[in-house]
Design a protein around this ligand. Structure first.
Ligand code: PPE
Length: 315
């Protein structure tokens, strides 16, 4: 269960955790009008550092723009600073950071354009998303009977609260049937993504992932993996993936802030590859966690240190 931290940031102020509540008639409650982010702050040799802060803040602002939340009252830079300050205020070494932008209390009815925009940022400790051994052992998943949102229904590029109603259907069905996670197809039947993760597969040494047009969230971990793979000289292809390509892949793995790089060892009870973490997932994990743990230089500037470096000799 969730362990509270001391403070939550709300519209520019730090408030006690227990006071970060919304009214039952806030627009977001009935109509799902929120956009949010999930960001990890890691304990690194240089102190706590946030992974790809700029990209997450940018996606938050993009999601808001898609839903006509034009004026957030804070610049991207200010929001990023607020997240770093929140980690400092709560004295966290590592944590998961969740900024939420929502339409609040005011008018009633579907059109929430005049309701106030409320921004909250919370952080807490969040362990392994798909189980303790998932990263080394891999997980058992299914293809969902639910599909991802069709284009022109709910925009998949926005990380909106409402999209997670679809994710919940995928996740609950999977768990009830004894799987850890579900993989959804898009409305045309091609592979899309997990309920809370992007998906990659490997065949004959090549790495494949569905394109942004396949109703996927433009994952920031997905982008990191594509960048790392290209750096390793691995051939990468963003292309439509038919469902059956999953079953005959040498490796399949999930990517996400929460899931990081999680190998998949079976899909619909069909063993994938050797039924455990494959060499490419392991190699990419080594690169990914290498940057976070300081074993690899942060050449892409992916880490934002939480504490400003003290000048040498400072007390
Ligand atoms: N697809 C979906 C649907 C998704 O929710 C996530 C993140 C991703 C792909 C991966 O995106 P990125 O984190 O930028 O690499 N899902 C978040 C967990 C959702 C939850 O609250 O549970 C996450 O990984 O933080």
């Amino acid at each position: 269960m969730l362990t509270p931290t001391e403070k939550i940031w709300h519209n520019g102020r730090f408030i006690p955790w227990s006071e970060a509540t919304v009214h039952v008639l806030a627009h977001v409650v009935s109509y799902g009008s929120s956009v949010f982010e999930g960001i990890r702050c890691y304990e690194t040799p240089g102190g706590p550092a946030v992974f790809r802060l700029k990209e997450h803040v940018r996606r938050l602002c993009d999601s808001a723009k898609i839903y006509r939340m034009e004026n957030l009252g804070f610049s991207a830079g200010q929001l990023g600073e607020a997240m770093l300050e929140l980690v400092r205020v709560n004295r966290m070494d590592s944590c998961y950071i969740k900024p939420v932008v929502m339409r609040g209390y005011g008018d009633v009815g579907v059109n929430g354009i005049d309701n106030p925009i409320e921004i909250y940022i919370a952080c807490w400790n969040w362990g392994k998303y798909l189980g303790e051994e998932a990263l080394s052992e891999g997980v058992d998943v299914c293809v969902s009977s639910w599909t991802r949102m069709a284009p022109n229904t709910l925009p998949a590029l926005a990380k909106a609260g409402a999209n997670y109603m679809n994710s919940q259907l995928i996740k609950m069905e999977a768990v009830v049937n004894g799987y850890v996670e579900g993989i959804a197809l898009d409305a045309t039947g091609y592979v899309s993504e997990g309920s809370g993760e992007n998906l990659f597969l490997v065949r004959d040494g090549k790495l494949y992932t569905p394109p942004l047009g396949a109703s996927v969230l433009p994952g920031i971990t997905r982008d990191a993996i594509l960048t790392l793979a290209r750096g390793l000289g691995i051939s990468v292809s963003e292309q439509l993936i038919p469902r059956e390509m999953l079953y005959i892949a040498d490796e399949v793995f999930f990517s996400g802030t929460a899931a990081e790089i999680t190998p998949i060892r079976s899909i619909d009870r069909i063993t994938i590859g050797k039924g455990r973490r494959g060499p490419m997932a392991e190699q990419l994990q080594t690169e990914f966690f290498g940057i976070i743990k300081g074993a690899r230089p942060d050449v892409h500037n992916w880490l934002s240190p939480v504490h400003v470096a003290q000048p040498v000799g400072a007390k």
